[in-house]
Structure formats: C-alpha cells, structure tokens
Design a protein around this ligand. Sequence first.
Ligand SMILES: [Zn+2]
Length: 392
Amino acid sequence: MTQALPGEEPGSTPEPAGGQWAVADLRITTKALPEHNRVRNRAMLLQTLFHEGPRSRADIARGSGLNKVTVSTIVGELIAQGILVEAGQSADVRVGKPATLVAIDDDSRSVISLDLSDALSFRGAVMNLRGQVSHQRDVAMITERGDAAVARVVELAGELLSEAPAAVLGIGVGSPGMVDRAGVVRFAPHLGWFDTDLRGALAERFGVPVHVVNDANGMALAVHTFRDNDGRSILVVTIQRGAGAGLIVGETLVDGVDFAAGEIGHVVVDPRRETSCLCGRSGCLDSIVAVPQMRRRLGAGEDRDVVIADAAEALGAALAPIISVLGATHVVLVGPEDILDEGFAAGTRAHLTERTLPTTTSTISVDIGSDGGLLALQGPLVAVLSAELGIS
Ligand SMILES: [Zn+2]
C-alpha cells in the first residue's frame, strides 16, 4: 500500500471514497495508521461484510481490531448513505440482548460494466454490488476504430446508465491492450487506440467515477473476488484473438512498469516454427493459440486432437517459466468453449508437468474458467468496487 490518500484530513467526512485506491492494491488486511484512518478503516469494514456476510458491530470490532466507537461511526455513515442496512438480530445470544446485524445492501448501488475484450463486439451490463446482472446490452460488429470506437463505448455506457435501477457507483471498463493507471489505453491496435484517454472520455461525458483495466487483469480481479481461491497466486490466461494474462501475486495485481505485464502473446515458444505473426516474428504464442488461427486449422480438416495438443504445448512452454518463478499458482484458462475444453486444460497441465520440477507442479492447478463472459463483466465491476469502496 504505497498509494497516497488525497483529500483525507483528520476529522473530514469521507464521501463515497472516490478513487483513493489504485486498482492494483487489493484487500485491506491491516489496521490503518492515523494518517490514513477513515477511508482505510471503512474499506476494511466493507471488505469484511462483503466476504463474510452480516455481522454485529461488536463482531466487526473484534474481527478488525478497530474500536467499537469507530465501528459505530463508520456503520452509521454507511447506513445513512444506504450502502449498509440493519439485517435482523444475531441468533448467537450469549449474554444480554441479541445484537443487531448489519449487512451490505447489494442493490444500493449500480455499477456499469463494459467488456471490450472481443474488439469486434462490445458487451455491457448493469450490475449490483454482488456482480449480478440486471440489464445487458451487446453491440455486435464493431467496425469503428480510434475516436469513433470511443464514441461507441460512450454510447453504450449512456444506454446502460439510463437503465440503472440505483445510484451509480461508477463505470468499469475492461479493455484489450495496455492500460495505464489513469485509464489511458496506451496500445490496443485492434481498436486503433494509441494513448487514448478512455477514462477521460467517459468521465467527462457522465460525471461519475470511471475505472479502466486491461481485460485479462480484470478477469484476474474477478476470480480473486468472486470465485473460490485459496490465496495462491492467480494467473488468468485469456485465449481470444490473441493470448493475454492477468496476474495477482499475494494481494497485488501485477501490471508491470509499462503496464505491459501479462502481454504473453508474443513470447516466442518455438523459434523453429514457421508461423508468421503480426509482430513480424515466427513461433509466437499468438500465432499458435489465437482462436482464429486454431479455427482455421480445424476448418481445413486438421485432426482436432493434434490442433489442441499443439496449442496446449505452446501454452505450457510459455507458462512453465512464469509458474516456476511464482511457485504455487492457480491457473485459470478463459476462452471460447469450442476451443478451450477439458482436453486443452489437461494438455496444458501435462506440458507444465513435463517442463517444471515436481515440487512446482504439485502446487499448481489448471482450470477452465467457466462462464468467461460473466468473469469479463465482473472484472471491471471489481475495478470500481476496489477503487470506490476498497472491496475486492
Ligand atoms: Zn508475435
């Protein structure tokens, strides 16, 4: 946690947090220093209620190490804002009268989530704080590029905002390519975006907080928050028009010095292979595992087992050194169901086993991320939850 917390003076009343957290800084697990206190304590309290369900004020104080007065003050503010509600009495009565439970009202805020990962169609949804979709809109066949593509994003966000049933906490966007922490898409060639201020365009138009993340990083956030995981490193690998990866180590999203962490598509996995790639080289991961490339081979009548085994070997070769560096890792593969099946996952697992020490392999798991479409929408949601409420 190195991020400064602007605008937090002792005694000031925190508004709905307003982007104090960098998306990269995930769960708040320690008690705050005095200079950080209220926003950070509020985040810790919300985080507890989000993951552990309704609690009494006394239980929150016990679990967090915050004193009871602080807990009551924060709970009071959040109830006034409608984010928390009182939720009945505790059944666990030891001494005295039963305690009143407080809970997050999942429907108290709406979040607009946009998934641009496909680059050919944009998807958007209105979600509640729990990641449940109430409205969804898809825009098929995006042909625009550059500023015109930004205009389509703004249009889609506007339509979803008009359908939001509750006050809007923010807009989250999962974009392909390299995205910096200011929400500028540095490089997304499929959409013709180079240093494109996507966050600025949306924030200026709608006046609500906007958070833009790389699509694969977003999916790693979604797995971290909404799927079972045991706290090991999470490596989400997306196989779409190219291969991408989102990585969480400990409680930190790794986005890299130039926001290019996870751009594994152009790792050369076999320099002797004569596969040509957009980047001008041969034997890149993308040139072997990209979905259009695999579908082309299948369409030309090649044996499915051979095509899948080929891709799984290339992916295993690219991932083995990463996993060896990280140690215990949970790998989640996300992509279209006609390509990413159990055979693909088993093949990847087998090649990882072949290329790493048994001690490494025994601590990794390789799973297919079921419902990648929902993960792709929940990722941008977590970017908003994390930045605005400290929940992830
Ligand atoms: Zn390449």
